[in-house]
Design a protein around this ligand. Structure first.
Ligand code: NDP
Ligand code: MG
Length: 387
């Protein structure tokens, strides 16, 4: 159970819901809040939760916040390294909820500081899963999944941790579950941002539409639960009620269910191993409800195959995939490339260099930055060629 927490990405979808949970629980102190540039919301959060430390990645936004909070008892850090200042506090838990590969260094730093991690930033595990899990073991830092599927698996596995046969990772299928391949070519940014079941940050919403998110979660599950990718099966479940399931060696399948409400897995990570009343409503079994499952269509969602390929390769390939996705999603949101070109940018970036094992966390961070640049220039070329 967290007593003092630092929240990286406090102004985002997960960050704001985590603060809802903290307000509701009433007994967790906030040591630090970190954001990118949204200082309007961050200022209100600082005034409500009184952290001693705040971090703002954007330097001019940080200066503006300092001016607004002059005389207020909060130390404000700015710039790229500011997330690390938000990690180095008296907090016993760090909620890693920034989006994209920029979360990697701070997740690793939090583990090295021996803190428990409530992990929303799956990209850090995609980039450097082996290093992160090894160092968590060494530092005895707990990694508590926030991702709804992984929280579900974590809860199911607890029934018989030594008798797991396979993991069933559920997927909503996103807004284009039933969209024919030829129509996927021309989907708009707005339609890709309309997720049927979850309201999330823009990047993960696009990742859900391409199913890159499920590819990332496949890798996330592999590392978190130490299970081969071939023993993790993806099942499309459009209702998003079964958050995932585990099959045990005797054939029994245990699933975790609930309304799609991120405040539940966030709260479980914060209160683990305890459960407390939450802000979520209940599933209504007094009404007819049906749950359906179908296999994913890898031919329309190329990103699933890319994730599988990345898991079979040396780790630079998965890092390249995650960083290229950052760049490709940005280019798509900026109207530069088309929806189906997201997978193409990722694939070309993954193939750009010979696979290798980056040297230490710095090696991963540097390679992620380089792969981001490679992907951005591939996207730029595609955009100019009008292909
Ligand atoms: P959002 O885009 O809503 O929020 C991202 C947060 O990170 C914002 O607070 C943003 O600040 C901050 N941020 C971004 N870049 C930096 C940076 N360089 N330094 C410091 N802060 C930064 O994302 P989500 O909350 O949707 O997702 C966060 C993570 O959680 C992702 O990895 C996602 O995959 C994962 N996740 C999210 C789920 C969801 O329901 N949203 C579900 C499961 C996992 P600012 O607002 O100032 O830009
Ligand atoms: Mg998820």
């Amino acid at each position: 159970m967290a007593e003092v927490i630092s929240i990286l990405g406090s102004t985002g979808s997960i960050g704001t819901q985590a603060l809802d949970v903290i307000r509701h629980l009433g007994n967790i102190k906030v040591a630090a809040l970190a954001a990118g540039s949204n200082i309007g919301l961050l200022e209100r959060q600082i005034i409500e939760f009184s952290p001693k430390i705040a971090a703002v990645a954007d330097k001019s936004a940080a200066e503006a916040l300092k001016a607004r909070l002059a005389g207020y008892p909060v130390k404000i850090y700015s710039g790229e390294g500011s997330l690390l200042a938000a990690v180095e506090t008296e907090a016993d838990m760090v909620l890693a909820a920034t989006s994209g590969t920029s979360g990697l260094e701070s997740v690793y730093a939090a583990i090295q500081a021996g803190k428990d991690i409530a992990l929303a930033n799956k990209e850090s595990l995609v980039c450097a899963g082996s290093m992160i899990m090894d160092s968590a073991k060494r530092m005895k830092a707990g990694i508590l999944p926030v991702d709804s599927e992984h929280s579900a698996i974590f809860q199911c596995i607890a029934a018989s941790p030594n008798a797991v046969k396979k993991i069933i990772l559920t997927a909503s299928g996103g807004p284009f579950l039933n969209t024919p391949a030829n129509e996927l070519e021309n989907v708009t940014v707005q339609s890709a941002l309309s997720h049927p079941n979850w309201k999330m940050g823009k990047k993960i919403t696009i990742d859900s539409a391409t199913m890159m998110n499920k590819g990332f979660e496949w890798i996330e599950a592999k590392w978190l639960f130490g299970i081969s990718e071939d023993d993790i099966q993806i099942a499309v479940h459009p209702e998003s009620i079964v958050h995932s399931a585990v099959e045990f060696i005797d054939g029994a399948v245990i699933a975790q269910m609930g309304l799609p409400d991120m405040r539940v897995p966030i709260q479980y990570a914060l209160t683990y191993p305890n459960r407390q009343a939450s802000l979520s409503g209940s599933l209504d079994f007094s009404r007819a409800m049906s749950l359906s499952f179908q296999p994913p269509d890898a031919s329309r969602f190329a990103c699933l195959g890319l994730a599988y390929r990345a898991m079979k390769e040396k780790p630079s390939v998965a890092t390249a995939m995650a960083a290229a996705d950052d760049a490709a999603v940005e280019s798509f949101l900026g109207g530069k490339i088309r929806f189906m070109q997201i997978a193409r940018v990722i694939e070309e970036t993954m193939a750009f260099t010979e696979p290798f094992e980056p040297a230490g966390i710095k090696g991963y961070v540097e390679w992620a930055k380089e792969a981001y640049k490679i992907a951005s220039s591939i996207a730029e070329k595609l955009s100019k060629s009008g292909q």
